[in-house]
Ligand binder design. Sequence first.
Ligand code: C2E
Ligand code: MG
Ligand code: MG
Ligand code: MG
Length: 277
Amino acid sequence: KNKGGDNYVFASNNDTCSLKRHSELSLAMKSNLFIRELNIVLQPQYSTQGKIVGSEALVRWQSASLGGISPVEFIPLAEKNGAIIELGNWIIDKTCSLLAQRRVFSKETSPISVNISAKQIAQPNFVDNLLTSLDNYQVPYSELVLELTESALVTDLKLVVSKMELLKSKGILCSIDDFGTGYSSLNYIHHLPIIELKIDKCFVDDIKNETDDVPIINTILQMAKSLKLRVVAEGVESKAQLNYLADHGCDVIQGYYFSKPLNSTQWLDKWKEKLSD
Ligand code: C2E
Ligand code: MG
Ligand code: MG
Ligand code: MG
C-alpha cells in the first residue's frame, strides 16, 4: 500500500523471519508455562550523591523452548496478543511481595516503580486490583510508583488522567517513562498528576564529556524544574554523564554506572547490608 495502489511485493526473507519469530513467541506466551518462566529484576535508582532512593522492577523471560528473550522484543507482542494483562498482574504481585519481605527486617520505605502498559491501565478494574494487591501484602501505597509512557496516555488521555488522579488520592504516584521519545507532550504535561519524568537513555547517550552542551537534556531539566517535577536519568553509564546531570540539576540516576538490575535475592540483600552499616 505504501507503494500506492495495485502493487505487490514479495515478502523479504527478513519479513518472513520476523513473522515466524513473532508467531513462535506468541505461541510460547499462550502456553501455561509462560507465567512460570518469568522473573523479576530490580534496578536501584540513586541520588546524585549515591544514596538509593528507589528501584525499578523489570521483567525477564527465560522460555524453556526459546531461551532468554529481551522485554524489548516480547513486551510489544504481549501488548498485542493480550498476554500483557497476566504479565502485568504477575509483576505487580511480585513487587508487592518483595516490598512486604523487605518490611520484615527493614524500615526502608523507598518505592519500587513498575512499568504499566496502555492496555493494563485501560482495564476497568485496574485501580481496584492494584489496591487489592497492596492490601493483601499490607504494603503502604506510597511504596509503589507507576511508570507510564507517553503512548499509554494518548490512547484515552481523559480516562487515564482520571485514573491517575484517583491513584494519587490514594498515595500512588505516577511517572512518565522514556520522556521525549513519544508524542509531543509539552501541551498537556502540566495538566498531568505526575511527580516525575524519566529522561530516556538515548538523550543521556549524547553526553560524552562533562563539559558537553546537550540542549535537549538541559531543556527537559529546566522544564521539569519549573513544573516542580523530579527527574530520573536512565542509562547512565559513566562518571562524566553523572557529573553533567548532577551539575544541571537532575535528581535521580539510574544506570549501570551505579548498578545493573539485581535479582530479588540480591535486591533484598541490599537492605540487609544497610542494616549492618
Ligand atoms: P524502561 O522502562 O525504559 O527500562 C529501562 C531499560 O534500560 C531496562 O531495559 C534496563 O535494564 C535498561 N538499562 C538501565 N540502565 C542501563 C544502562 O546503564 N545501560 C544500558 N545499556 N541499559 C540500561 P530492559 O530491562 O531490557 O527493559 C526494556 C523495556 O521493556 C523497559 O524500558 C520497559 O519499557 C519494558 N519493560 C520491562 N519490564 C516491563 C514490565 O514488567 N512491564 C511492562 N509493561 N514493560 C516492561
Ligand atoms: Mg521504565
Ligand atoms: Mg525508560
Ligand atoms: Mg527506555
